[in-house]
Design a binder for this molecule. Sequence first.
Ligand SMILES: Cc1cc2nc3c(=O)[nH]c(=O)nc-3n(C[C@H](O)[C@H](O)[C@H](O)COP(=O)(O)OP(=O)(O)OC[C@H]3O[C@@H](n4cnc5c(N)ncnc54)[C@H](O)[C@@H]3O)c2cc1C
Length: 416
Amino acid sequence: MKPSKHIAIIGGGIVGITSALEFQRRGNRVTLVDPKQPGRETSYGNTGVLSDGSVVVSNNPGLRKRLPKLIRKKSNALNYDLGFVLKRLPWVTRFLSYCTERHLDHSSQALRALQAHSLRLHLNLIKDAEVENLLRKTGWLKVFRSEATYKAYAMELKVFERTGVGHTIYTAEELKQLEPGLNQIFHCGVLLHNACSVASPAALCDAYLKLFIEAGGKVLLNSARKIQHKENWEVELQTSDPLVADALVIAAGPWSAEVVKNLGYKIPMAWERGYHWHLEPGDGPILKRAVHDVDAGYVMTPQQQGIRVTSGVELADRDAPNDNRQIEKSILSARQAASLGNKVEETPWMGRRPTLVDSLPMIGPAPRHPGLWFNFGHQHNGLSTSAASAEVLADLFEEKTPNINFAPFRPDRFRI
Ligand SMILES: Cc1cc2nc3c(=O)[nH]c(=O)nc-3n(C[C@H](O)[C@H](O)[C@H](O)COP(=O)(O)OP(=O)(O)OC[C@H]3O[C@@H](n4cnc5c(N)ncnc54)[C@H](O)[C@@H]3O)c2cc1C
């Protein structure tokens, strides 16, 4: 066993929290740094799916065909701010350059391994944290309003076959039994039957964080302003003395590129923003699982606060004001699909999916700085993949071979 080190983790979303737990469990002293209560940004408001089969990246070969419709804003799956897209045109062009069969094959194998392993680890962590009450082992349901949209889903089904994602196809009649809370407007559905979900991603973060703190982990409510290597790693903090550590893990999700910028890293990251709004359940049977209405481009899922409706992708500046049109449309569509009551909150929540140009996270050593480690860019799947990402990182830190192929996630796959 390696001697204990002091590890500072910058960013306390689900990726930072699971990293903190993993490094702590391997005998290190760990400090988690976040200006907010951990788990209150992107990891707060996601759909709560612990997926083992979200393996088809958005920049897949099918995107090229759908692009004209998306550009004309004819699909609620995407909203975009033209100014942002023009400003980020090099990023958008690079992102689109990955819409190839080759990348689909590469990324789906990589994500499948990461997600399947992560799901196993989460199930253990959930047991350790004694929050089985949050867990639903009811799968992740995709529903299709027409035969045409189901047919267009053939590529995903092929990838599921190729990568071993367990799934079951349901006819309209069978959907009635499976999910009685759905109105009968759907042609058919596909259930990823091994996927799970949680009734509150924030409560899951809190429960994991409790494990960390009870085992002696330290949380610093502060913002990392600048990181630099002197004799050790030093983190300049916004409101207190610098924090000194043997090694640093950057897990600041959508803020990660900014945190490492002063060291000369140019991380090819943008943000796919997304919204949620809770609705009171209506008169019908309550939903049992997360349901993705593929035609209408949103997801709804039962949560502690109500039925959470989450929107598709909005390409806009990370900190631009909210544009509620996409989530409002999602709610209109959700009302067609299930019996839903009043909105619970006055305004929606907004989060930022941190996305790298190849839609894969960066997990591993920073290319030019020994002792600096990256764990960010988890895009649409950070809740699902966080536990395995943390394990891979800690294995690499200890110079062990990880349980899964980590090469697709290496930070030095890009010239940064
Ligand atoms: C609408 C929506 C639905 C989603 N649904 C799912 C889903 O069902 N399943 C799934 O797996 N994924 C889902 N995702 C994606 C998932 O939420 C993200 O991939 C994940 O939360 C990213 O976690 P993170 O820890 O990297 O980032 P975050 O949760 O954003 O955490 C980053 C942390 O860094 C902190 N930070 C920022 N700057 C600094 C600084 N300078 N110093 C210190 N700390 C700093 C922030 O305060 C924050 O707490 C969804 C995302 C959205 C938006």
